[in-house]
Each structure stands twice: as C-alpha cells, then as structure tokens.
Write a protein that binds this ligand. Structure first.
Ligand code: SDX
Length: 382
C-alpha cells in the first residue's frame, strides 16, 4: 500500500529516508563506527584479507579454513580474461579515462556470458565472482595498454591484491606493498547505502542483471562527490605549493564556498573510522617511500579544516588519506577511483544479492512543481 501524495514527505537527496533493511554494514555516524556483518572495520583491516572480507559480505559469516581455501581457489582460477576481452582492452582509445574504460569493460564482460540474463541465485553468485576476479585485469590491462606496455597475464598463485600490482607494474610487489593494497581493499569494500550501492540496487530492483547493476554503480562511483574525490584530493595536494601555502589555499576555498575534497560525509558527523586507519597507514607508507611532505601537507589541511569546520562535523573521509596512500604506492592518480571500484564490487554485489532475496521495485516519487493545463500551441504559431 502506498500513501497519497499529500501524506508523502519530500526528502531531497534522500537524507532522511531508509529504503531497505540490510545486514551487511553498520555505520554509527555519531561515534565513527563501521562494522561489516558486526565485525569492526579496524579488526578486519588488521587481521583479515580482502578475499576473506568478501566471503564475509557474500555469506554474512566468516569462513572456516577449508571454506576460505576453496573460495580463494575459485577466485584465483577466475582471474584471467578471455582472448576476446584482452582484444577489447587493446582496442580502446589510449587517452580514455580509466573509469570510463572500466565501466565499458565491466559491461563488456556480460557480452560473452551466455547466462548474463539468468536470474537464478547461482548465476548471480557466479557473475559476482566474475566481476570481482576480473576487475584487476581490466584495470591493470587498460593501464598498460594506454602506456604502450605489454599486457601481463594474471598469476593464479597469488592474492588478488598482489596479482593486481603484478599485472599493473609487471613485477611482483613486496609483501608490504601487497598488504597495504589489501588493507585498502578491505577498508573500501562496503559502506551501507552509499550512492553507488544504491544506484546498483535501483538497477537490480527492476530485475535487470548483475552486470548492469555493477556498471550502473561504477558510473555513480565516478563522481567527485563520491568515489571520484580521492583523485581530486591528490590534484589538490599537488596544486598546493608547500606547507606555507596551505592556510591561504584552504581559507580561500572555504571563503568561496568550494568543497575541500576528502572532507565531509552524509552519515559521519565524527571522524570516519576508515580515515583514522588510513591516516596512520598513509604516514607509514609515506615515510617508507619518501613522501613525507605530502603527508605533512595533508595533516596541515586537516588541522585547518578542524579549526574552521570541525565543530560542524566535517572531518576527513575515506578518500582523504587513501589518496596519499595510493600515491605513495606509486599508483597513477586516475587509477585511484578504479581501485575503489575494484574493492567496492564486493559490496555492490553483496547488496544486490541481499536485496534480491526480497525484491521490490525502487521507484520514489517526485514533487512536481511545473505548470498544469497548458494550452498546446501549434509549432507554426510559437
Ligand atoms: C564517499 O555515502 C558514502 O558512504 C560514501 C563513501 C563510501 O564509502 O561509499 O563514504 C565514499 O563518497 C566519501 C565522500 C567523498 N566526497 C568528498 O570528499 C567530496 C567533498 N565532500 C562533500 O561535498 C560532502 O561532504 C558530501 C558530498 C560527501 C556530503 O554531502 P551532503 O551530505 O549533501 O552535505 P552538504 O554538501 O549539504 O554539506 C553540508 C554542509 C554545507 O554547508 P552549509 O551549506 O550547510 O553552510 O557542510 C559543508 C557544506 O558546504 N561541507 C563542506 C564540505 N562538506 C560539507 N564544506 C567544505 N568542504 C567540504 N568537503
């Protein structure tokens, strides 16, 4: 039963609307807590792996040792792309942006899946696995293609994070680098009904297919108000000339009512717990890789933002310190958001699978404010 238009509340931006129930991630925005299926994000970042975290999101429980081994095996045997997909990668324009390429390539995965429209639970799980496991090759493959480098086929003996860095750089990463990447993937894996997850749910709720839902999500993640912010944070850090220029830069932006990217959040009015973790992490990696100046710049921006807008609950979000972390890991700026997608695909698909258990079409109303009963005038008389 739906309410009459008079009984409905207008809620621009869905700020105060709960659209569904979910048992995947819990966010306490007042106290800065994030849990996946009841496990604290900090605990997972310290102890889990991206593979295990994905199992948790897809099954709503941690795996046993043998289940994890089996799941890891399934992931690794799915890393590689078909020859046709590799051909599609090298047919893309070299100057395309990696997010546009990733959206197109993820969508293209559906073209060679004869079960792309099979709505069964089993087929949806298989498609989720295909997107999760192949995204690293899509991103790394496109990056090497645009740089004119030979493509590197995946190595099915190593973890998803390690394999991504291997396919990207052509050499195996150090253990420390691979672990850093893995922790970043864990921290970005899920986050309630963020805009891209919600977009994927709108698509799946029409009983479309998992490839379409994830393609929708990638397009939504790309915007600078959402996942695209991490790249813009880095551009900002590079624009600032040095520690002495930070004050003027930030104050000037705030005076013009410009947003400082990487700050503020719809749900967190306390420090984003992922940012707490990433800050410590960014500091360590920046020190190891000689990027301390970048970290100092970030810290100075945070101090000024805290002084100016901290009392309004505007703190660093996940995108702020992930930028320094990725940069210190030697990742190109325009790959920051694809990396977010490579992790979040686990959450997108988990939410779609969960929503389909009790599907209902998502279709809100709009508050029509245009004219009524206009007289149609023939085009020759307008
Ligand atoms: C992600 O939803 C998720 O869970 C997302 C995410 C995930 O894991 O999926 O956590 C990932 O998307 C992180 C957010 C990345 N975006 C940015 O870093 C862009 C910069 N931040 C913002 O533009 C903003 O804070 C949003 C978009 C994140 C939230 O927007 P809201 O909830 O619509 O809030 P708003 O823009 O209306 O801001 C409220 C007030 C405004 O001031 P007033 O008009 O009330 O005076 O806070 C101010 C804003 O001007 N404000 C900022 C600010 N963020 C909010 N002022 C300066 N710099 C900022 N970054």
């Amino acid at each position: 039963m739906s309410n009459t238009m008079q009984e409905m509340q207008t809620d621009i931006g869905l700020v105060n609307t709960i659209v569904a129930r979910s048992a995947l991630s819990f966010i306490d925005g007042e106290n800065g807590v994030l849990e996946y299926v009841g496990y604290d994000i900090d605990d997972l970042a310290r102890n889990s792996t991206f593979e295990e975290t994905t199992f948790l999101l897809w099954n709503k429980r941690l795996p046993s040792r043998s289940e994890l081994a089996e799941f890891t095996e399934q992931i690794r045997t799915n890393y590689d792309l078909s020859d046709r997909m590799w051909d599609i990668i090298v047919s893309l324009p070299r100057d395309a942006s990696p997010m546009h390429a990733l959206r197109t390539l993820t969508s293209a995965l559906s073209l060679e899946d004869p079960g792309a429209d099979d709505p069964s639970e089993e087929a949806n799980a298989r498609k989720s696995l295909a997107m999760l496991t192949k995204m690293p090759a899509l991103i790394a493959g496109f990056d090497r293609h645009r740089k004119g480098l030979d493509l590197v086929r995946p190595d099915a003996t190593i973890s998803l994070s390690e394999n991504f860095l291997y396919m990207l750089n052509g050499i195996k990463p150090t253990e420390r680098m691979a672990r850093a990447m893995d922790i970043c993937l864990i921290l970005h894996a899920d986050h309630g009904f963020n805009a891209s997850t919600f977009a994927s749910l709108v698509t799946i709720s029409t009983l479309s297919d998992m490839y379409s839902a994830v393609t929708t999500a990638i397009g939504t993640l790309k915007g600078p108000l959402h996942g695209g912010a991490n790249q813009v944070v880095m551009i900002m850090l590079q624009e600032i000339e040095g520690l002495d220029s930070v004050e003027e830069y930030v104050m000037d932006k705030l005076a013009k009512k410009d947003k400082i990217m990487g700050f503020g959040h719809r749900v967190y009015k306390a420090y984003d717990p992922r940012a707490t973790y990433l800050k410590t992490f960014a500091e360590g990696i920046a020190e190891d890789t000689g990027n301390t100046e970048l970290f100092e710049l970030s810290k100075r921006i945070e101090q000024i933002m805290d002084r100016e807008v901290g009392s309004r609950g505007i703190y660093p979000n996940v995108d702020f310190y992930s930028a320094t972390t990725y940069f210190s890991l030697g990742i190109d700026l325009d790959l920051f958001t694809p990396l977010f997608a490579m992790s979040r695909v686990s959450g997108w698909t988990a939410h779609c699978l969960e929503y389909l258990e009790d599907n209902r079409l998502i279709r809100p109303r709009c508050d029509y404010v245009g004219p009524h009963q206009q007289e149609y005038i023939a085009i020759s008389q307008r």
